[in-house]
Design a protein around this ligand. Structure first.
Ligand code: ZN
Length: 295
C-alpha cells in the first residue's frame, strides 16, 4: 500500500454542479485515514471509491460554512446505525462554536476545538492548524512528516558505536566514548519529512508563503479565475493566479487546485490550467471528484 493516498471526494465551492460535489478531501497517511471538510454528498463518494468508509475516526472541518460540513451529520448517523459507535470514538476537529451545531450529539462523537496552537501528533507525522483569511474562525492545515534520521553504520562502528549506544546517541544527541565526544550529526544523515498543506477557504495573506514553504503538496482553493480577482477577494477567496503565485513564492513542488466555483465546467479546465501555468512551473493538478494521488 502506498504510504500516502490523497483522494478528492468533492471539488466544488458553494453549491454542487453536475460534475462536482461539495468540498471533502480524503487523506490516508501511513495507515491513518482523515477527512478534511465534509460537504453534502461525500458519504456516497467515499463508498463509491471504496476508501474504507468505516475506518474513518478523525474528521477536520476548516470553517463553519455549511457547504463544508453538512455531510458530517449524515456520516454521524451512518456511524451510529452501523454500530461503530459502540466501542469507537469519532473525533471532530472544528473551530470554536461548532460544538453547538452538534445538536443531537451522540455519545461517540468527541469535539476538539481547533485553534492556532492545535497540533495532533500521530507519531511519524503531525497535523497542525493555521488561521487563514476567510471567516473570523477559519483554518488551513499542515501535515508534516517528522525528519528521518539514518545512521551511517560503517562510520558509527568505526567510532565504537555499537548495540545500545545507537539509541543512546539518538536520544541524547551526543555521547562520549573513551573520552571522545561524538555528535549525532557525525554519524547520521537526515532527510526532511514530507509536507502537505491544505489552504482551506482563504484569500491571499501575508505570512501564508512562510507556512506553505517547501511543501511537497499544496492543496489550494481557487474559487475564481483571474479575471474575477476583485470578486474573489471581496468574498475572501483566491483566484487560480493567487494559488499559483503562492506555490511559486513558497517553492512548493506540486500544486493541486480545488474548490472551483460551479460556474466553471470541464470545458474551462484548460483556461484555468493556463492561468496557473503562467505563474508556477512545477506540477499542477486540477482536482476533479475522484482524483487520486499516491506517494
Ligand atoms: Zn468553501
Amino acid at each position: 500500500m502506498a504510504k500516502l493516498i490523497l483522494q478528492f471526494m468533492g471539488t466544488s465551492s458553494g453549491t454542487p454542479s453536475p460534475d462536482r460535489s461539495l468540498p471533502c478531501i480524503y487523506i490516508n497517511w501511513k495507515g491513518f485515514p482523515f477527512l478534511f471538510d465534509m460537504g453534502e454528498g461525500c458519504q456516497r463518494e467515499l463508498m463509491k471509491h471504496r476508501l474504507g468508509f468505516g475506518s474513518i475516526r478523525d474528521i477536520f472541518i476548516s470553517h463553519m460554512d455549511m457547504d463544508h460540513f453538512v455531510g458530517l451529520f449524515g456520516f454521524i448517523e451512518t456511524f451510529r446505525m452501523a454500530d461503530f459507535g459502540v466501542n469507537e470514538i469519532l473525533n471532530i476537529y472544528a473551530p470554536r462554536g461548532f460544538e453547538s451545531l452538534l445538536v443531537r450529539r451522540r455519545g461517540f462523537v468527541k469535539f476538539h476545538m481547533i485553534s492556532e496552537s492545535f497540533v495532533l501528533d500521530k507519531g511519524d507525522f503531525s497535523i497542525s492548524a493555521f488561521k487563514n483569511l476567510h471567516k473570523p474562525e477559519s483554518y488551513g492545515f499542515v501535515l508534516q512528516e517528522k525528519e528521518n534520521i539514518h545512521f551511517n553504520e560503517k562510520k558509527a562502528h568505526s567510532l565504537g558505536i555499537k548495540g545500545k549506544l545507537f539509541s543512546e546517541i539518538r536520544d541524547k544527541g551526543e555521547i562520549t566514548i573513551k573520552g571522545k565526544k561524538i555528535k549525532l550529526n557525525e554519524v547520521t544523515t537526515r532527510t526532511k519529512g514530507m509536507k502537505i498543506v491544505y489552504s482551506g477557504d482563504t484569500m491571499p495573506f501575508e505570512g501564508l508563503a512562510k507556512i506553505v514553504k517547501d511543501a511537497d503538496i499544496l492543496i489550494h482553493e481557487c474559487t475564481f479565475d483571474e479575471s474575477l480577482e476583485q470578486e474573489a477577494h471581496k468574498r475572501r477567496h483566491s483566484t487560480v493566479k493567487d494559488a499559483a503565485v503562492l506555490a511559486k513564492k513558497a517553492k512548493a513542488k506540486k500544486l493541486i487546485l480545488t474548490h472551483f466555483s460551479p460556474r466553471y465546467s470541464r470545458e474551462d479546465e484548460p483556461m484555468l490550467l493556463q492561468q496557473a501555468r503562467k505563474h508556477f512551473k512545477g506540477e499542477i493538478i486540477l482536482a476533479r471528484d475522484g482524483t487520486r494521488i499516491e506517494a
